[in-house]
Design a protein. Structure first.
Length: 441
């Protein structure tokens, strides 16, 4: 190991598919280990805003996204390496262990298996064993043998019906040589509320601390924490220095409230590391961007759930329009929609938005837009020049009904197929439906 390298033991919590209980297990594990007095650093594989906020609440440490499609190996290594003061790394996977896009990006196709192969961290597979017994071992065995580049170190059984059910599954796992690290009974499990883009945000949970305490106690009672600590690997050598991230300005007015909360922590952190000052403000509280700021950034979120409040926020709208006359304003997804001329909510009601762009969007006829995006800028945005290639991700249900402004970027999906969402620009105002993850190398 060279002087600028360091390491820390880690594990990856994955599953055969979404809905198996990865998030519940991850949160409970973070809370249980924290209760033991351990410092645990959480991560989330892939583009996700909501799970990391829960990770942060459960662990007391900011959770970061690691994305092999959008991030190069050095960026991933730097993000991990800067956090090796922890006792353990715990990364929550996305979807099924091997699920990713068809074409590789910077360091892989975005699958949790890519992260496992890159770091060498062992995988703990969460299995929903409802309606099966020994057959669960066949599933786990298949996952263990599918790739020589990962190590499936054990399984955690979820939704176990009875002691007899558990005993039968353990027989099958013993037959294929896979340790059962934990068995979670169906009765007594703690659940989290959901919304159309995933879990309800952590900040919207009024009793989150109590919920996490219950999850931690549930996991501690049914999972062998000592075995997990023993299985964690520390063979991955990381670089302690992260790649720089271009801040959009020196003093950034950042919209931050229940309508605008989706910004990747590694960007937020990177801006500050480059010396930028972040000045938050709340459009929902009818606040304006700081007059002393040299740029305004409107992150994504749920403007459609707060459209009436935003429409009534006249002070915010007027001051944002004035700001955009002399300084750049950029919006992502929800922030982009809020910069537009209007938004139609799910009930069909039209609401006035900020009017910096001519964009009109509607949720009256929902249509899902989902996937990685590689954008080549046709014009500059705060922090990046025209011609820069940016990697990001798009996930929303809005339909564009009018977009009269100039195109901001030529955008393709993970397979290189051009997508119609090209962003837009008018004067110093710019916006995209995709959320920036990292510049392309």
């Amino acid at each position: 190991m060279t002087p600028d390298q360091t390491n820390c033991p880690g594990v990856i919590i994955s599953a055969p598919a979404s809905g198996a209980g990865k998030t519940m297990v991850t949160l409970g594990l973070l809370a249980a280990l924290k209760a033991r007095g351990l410092s645990v650093q959480p991560f989330k594989n892939g583009p996700d805003y909501i799970d990391p906020a829960f990770h942060t609440a459960a662990s007391g440490r900011v959770s970061l996204n690691l994305d092999s499609w959008a991030m190069c190996k050095d960026r991933i290594s730097g993000l991990i390496g800067a956090r090796t003061d922890a006792d353990l790394m715990v990364a929550e996977g996305s979807m099924g262990l091997f699920d990713g896009v068809a074409s590789a990006g910077e360091a892989g196709n975005g699958a949790s298996a890519d992260l496992a192969a890159l770091t060498g961290w062992p995988v703990l597979l969460v299995l929903d064993v409802s309606g099966q017994a020994q057959s669960a071992a066949a599933i786990a065995h298949g996952f263990a043998q599918f790739s020589p580049h990962i190590r499936l170190a054990g399984v955690i059984l979820n939704r176990v019906a009875s002691p007899r059910h558990e005993a039968l599954i353990r027989l099958g796992m013993a037959h294929v040589g896979l340790p059962v690290v934990g068995a979670l009974p169906r009765q007594g499990a703690v659940t989290l509320p959901e919304r159309h883009l995933g879990l309800v945000q952590a900040e919207e949970q009024p009793h989150l601390s109590t919920l996490l305490d219950k999850l931690g106690a549930f996991i501690a009672a049914h999972v062998d924490l000592d075995q997990i600590l023993a299985l964690a690997s520390s063979d991955y050598n990381t670089h302690a220095k992260s790649l720089t991230v271009s801040p959009p300005g020196q003093r950034i007015a950042l919209a931050r409230d229940a309508a605008f909360s989706f910004i990747y922590p590694h960007l937020f952190e990177g801006w500050r590391a480059m010396g930028a000052e972040i000045v938050p403000f709340s459009p929902l509280a009818n606040e304006a961007p700081a007059p002393s700021a040299d740029v305004c950034w409107l992150p994504g979120g749920y403007p459609e759930l707060h459209a009436e409040t935003l429409a009534a926020a006249g002070h915010f709208r007027e001051k944002l329009q004035n700001f955009a006359l002399t300084r750049p304003v950029h919006g992502e997804c929800g922030g982009y929609m809020a910069m537009g001329a209007g938004l139609v909510d799910a009930q069909g009601t039209h609401h006035q938005m900020a009017g910096l762009l001519g964009l009109e969007t509607s949720f009256a006829k929902r249509r899902m837009h989902l996937g990685y995006r590689l954008a080549t800028l046709a014009a500059p945005i705060p922090g990046y020049n025209a011609g820069q290639r940016l990697r990001g991700h798009e996930f929303h249900y809005a339909t564009i009904t009018n977009q009269p402004d100039d195109m901001l970027a030529m955008t393709v999906d993970a397979n290189g197929t051009q997508v119609s969402e090209a962003g837009s620009r008018r004067g110093l105002a710019t916006g995209t439906f995709f959320h920036l993850i990292a510049p392309a190398t």
